[in-house]
Design a protein around this ligand. Structure first.
Ligand SMILES: [Fe+2]
Length: 263
């Protein structure tokens, strides 16, 4: 049976990230014969949140499911949108009553794929436990399909690795987002779970995790809450391509990708 190919895109940051993604996504879809594109979009609007217009633009541009994290509420107008558009996920472990959903099952070619968005708690807001939420959500999704992808949006490498091991053998992939620096630890964990600590940044190359260098340096020098804007200039796409056996949901391969726009 033909493998299901999923392209996971690291945090799309501001206009440079959107520009790089618009350029490379059609090419990547062709090159890897991608069945499903999952992108973390919580920094798509100038580094802070996402607007309904940008969400629609990303869906129109070939992104199938959008995940997010701690910046999801930055733009107030997203509150109305997220309750209507379930293809924009917010972390599932936000407390009950939070608008939107944290997981979804979509069709990729002929197969159903579950996508689950979680957020870590180490050095981040103390929302509900992502591990216990994962237990509930993964069981629910697996009742529908053996193919389940997890975006673990977290600051701490340890918390992302722990989630990878915790879900090993229960999901097809655990990929990390939020730190905006791609890690080189891609592997298949026992039980067929593809793992990567961080997908990286889809955004400006010459930046401090997406932000204009001089602004980030100034904040470190002074400790003052100065304005942060996306860096200008060269941009790239980072992420990973994961191949999954449809019958078992086991991942058989994970490959990091990086594509730089010409200067
Ligand atoms: Fe984040």
């Amino acid at each position: 049976m033909k493998l299901v190919t999923v392209l996971c895109i690291g945090d799309v940051f501001g206009e440079p990230g959107r520009r790089a993604l618009a350029h490379f996504l059609p090419r990547l879809r062709d090159e890897f014969e991608v069945d499903l594109v999952v992108a973390n979009v919580e920094n798509a609007a100038a580094g802070f949140g996402i607007t309904p217009a940008l969400a629609r633009q990303l869906l129109g541009g070939g992104v199938d499911v959008m995940t997010s994290g701690n910046h999801i509420w930055d733009k107030k107008e997203i509150l109305e949108y997220i309750v209507r558009e379930n293809l924009l996920l917010r972390p599932a472990n936000y407390p009950p009553g939070t608008p939107g959903v944290g997981s979804i099952v979509v069709k990729a070619r002929t197969e159903k794929v579950g996508v689950l968005n979680l957020q870590g708690r180490a050095f981040m807001a103390t929302i509900d436990c992502p591990f216990r939420t994962a237990d509930e959500e993964v069981a629910r999704l697996r009742a529908d399909t053996p193919i389940v992808l997890v975006d673990m949006h977290a600051e701490a490498t340890s918390e992302k690795q722990a989630m990878g091991w915790y879900l090993a053998g229960r999901v097809s992939a655990v990929v990390g987002t939020h730190s905006h620096v791609q890690t080189a630890d891609e592997r298949i964990l026992p039980g067929g779970t593809a793992y990567l600590t961080d997908l990286g940044l889809t955004g400006p190359i010459d930046s401090v995790i997406g932000v204009a260098r001089e602004q980030a340096i100034q904040r470190f020098l002074t400790g003052m809450p100065n304005r942060f804007e996306p860096a200008k200039g060269r941009a790239r796409v980072q992420g990973a391509v994961i191949r999954i056996e449809p019958a078992t949901g086991h991942a058989v391969g994970i490959e990091r990708i990086q594509r730089d726009l010409a200067p």
